[in-house]
Write a protein of this length. Structure first.
Length: 314
């Protein structure tokens, strides 16, 4: 009888094959930051890696054992890290948006509307738009970083963050329809939506169509399961598991799947086995990663490397 060779699974199985984006998601307090640090240390042994935290409650630096701030910092040969300042992300995003509007619509200054731009920083959801803009800007550097690992906020925020392009798409499509009617170009826009190449002279319409194209690219970014890996983190407790299921259902409506599920602080007991079986049923296509309960705090690269040795990938 021929004996089948058993290949031990490693964290390589949950990373993009050559390069890509990894988003670590889950309920607050389950260990997203710890696993982000673990995966970034492991990934940096393979390829250049950038790890960032966009969670306002920053602890990535604490886990890695380095003082991190908004400015990028090299903490190992192949590893760069930062803790994104959300206020700074909002300022950068608004600065770019306001400059675009002022350059595109000269009459804004003439009508004395530019003073209202200062109030945009307090607009509902502006931090989520800024986070999305930041993630997309990092992805543009993927040839430099190879792996981009993002420690995300709690699931309620992350769900809206990933779903934002779909919300933006509805608004922009409505604006395109409205502008095309105003400009008498309804038939032309239908041709554009059908994928046909047409010439449009209306400046505002051109810009709206460019926005629509960017939004579609952002949708494809999250839907591309080869490039973007969504990794959920939970413990063996009921509430974080239910929270992760809700997020998964929300993502499925967008054509996005959770590729792996991390069970943090896992113990090899009856409850642990029960949770494994339950998650296999609820996430049949996802790999399970077991991060064992340690008897010490994971707060340095040295301790992270010890944890990596004990991780099981199913």
């Amino acid at each position: 009888m021929r004996i089948k060779k058993v290949v031990k699974m490693t964290l390589s199985q949950i990373l993009p094959k050559e390069k890509g984006l990894v988003m670590i998601v889950g309920k607050g307090g389950v260990g997203k930051t710890t696993f982000s640090a673990i995966l970034s240390i492991y990934a940096s042994k393979q390829l250049p890696t950038f790890v960032t935290s966009i969670d306002p409650a920053h602890h990535l630096g604490d886990v890695l054992g380095y003082k991190l701030e908004h400015r990028e910092k090299r903490i190992a040969e192949n590893l760069i890290a930062n803790e994104a300042d959300i206020d700074e992300l909002i300022r950068e995003y608004l600065s770019k948006s306001i400059n675009f509007l002022k350059n595109s619509y000269k009459d804004i200054t003439a009508l004395n509307l530019d003073k209202y731009f200062d109030t945009l920083k307090d607009s509902p959801g502006i931090e989520i738009e800024a986070m999305l803009h930041y993630i997309v800007s990092l992805v543009r550097k993927v040839d430099e970083y190879k792996y981009i690992i993002v420690d995300t906020p709690a699931t309620s925020i992350t769900s809206r963050l990933i779903g934002l392009p779909w919300v933006q798409g509805v608004w922009v499509d409505n604006l395109i329809d409205l502008r095309s009617k105003i400009a008498g170009l309804k038939e032309v826009i239908e041709s554009v939506k059908a994928g046909k190449k047409v010439t449009i002279d209306d400046k505002i319409l051109k810009e709206l169509i460019q926005m629509r194209e960017e939004i579609e690219r952002n949708k494809k970014l999250f839907m591309n399961s080869d490039f973007t890996k969504i990794i959920g983190v939970t413990t063996t407790e009921k509430l974080p598991i239910v929270d992760l299921e809700r997020l998964s259902n929300s993502l499925k409506n967008r054509g996005i799947k959770i590729s792996s599920v991390v069970i943090n602080k896992y113990k090899k007991d009856e409850n642990g086995l029960s949770v494994i079986n339950y998650l296999k049923e609820k996430f049949p296509e996802a790999r399970l990663i077991l991060v064992p309960q340690m008897n010490y705090e994971v707060i340095s690269i040295e301790k992270i490397e010890k944890v990596i040795e004990k991780i099981e990938v199913l």
